[in-house]
Design a protein around this ligand. Structure first.
Ligand code: COA
Length: 182
């Protein structure tokens, strides 16, 4: 059986865009908290931007690397992702910004934790980054609890960070994880 979690390749960019479109459509719907800034994405834009990030060297600003979580299939379908985006400028290349999401059919079963542990190990041991950072909507209790449980700590709150199309204003909690001492 294919591994359920693996690094995504350029050949996966279309599946990534399809997954992201299905995923953000669930934000704030059917009992889920708000977790995305919009419920709709342009799949072509998502695919092209992902290809651009994933094809950059880790030594170049704006690199991206993603891990995917696949269901059992057949054929296995991408239903979860975690992406790390490297620094915006050379002086920021020791850090990356983390974002992740599972389609609701696969939440609450430990797959988010597994994705997170895979990406943290890669960032620490292979990319040799020093720090991961992220923003999580303050009402997203499940995500906050997961991030805290692997060592992320709150570093600040952006009040009224996003005004969603549905009229809701969202506070964004900024969190950081140090991957190595010093
Ligand atoms: C947030 C998310 C990645 C977590 O992944 P997951 O696979 O559902 O979570 P896990 O099953 O690994 O559980 C994570 C923790 O949350 C806890 N948890 C589960 N449901 C919860 C709830 N409703 N409220 C608070 N904590 C909850 C679990 O108990 C678990 O902690 P534990 O291992 O200490 O018991 C996933 O739910 C998701 O993608 N949600 C929608 C998108 C999203 O919120 N993305 C993050 C944006 S910053």
């Amino acid at each position: 059986m294919a591994p359920r979690i693996r690094a995504l390749r350029t050949a996966d960019a279309r599946a990534f865009a399809d997954h992201l479109a299905a995923h953000v459509a669930e934000s704030g719907q059917g009992g889920s908290p708000h977790f995305a800034v919009a419920n709709v994405v342009d799949r072509e834009e998502v695919r092209d931007a992902a290809l651009s990030r994933w094809s950059r060297s880790l030594l170049d600003p704006l690199w991206g690397r993603a891990f995917g979580f696949f269901d059992d299939g057949p054929p296995p379908r991408l239903v979860g992702h975690l992406e790390l985006r490297g620094g915006r400028v050379e002086a920021e290349l020791h850090r990356a910004v983390l974002s992740m999401g599972l389609q609701r059919s696969h939440t609450g079963r430990g797959f988010g934790r597994a994705l997170l542990e895979t990406a943290i190990a890669w960032a620490r041991d292979e990319a040799r980054l020093t720090t991961l950072e992220l923003g999580v909507f303050s009402d997203n209790a499940r995500a906050r609890r997961l991030y805290e449980s692997v060592g992320f700590t709150p570093i600040g709150m952006r009040h009224d960070a996003f005004r969603l199309a549905c009229g809701v204003s969202v506070d964004d909690l900024l969190m950081e994880l140090a991957l190595r001492p010093g």
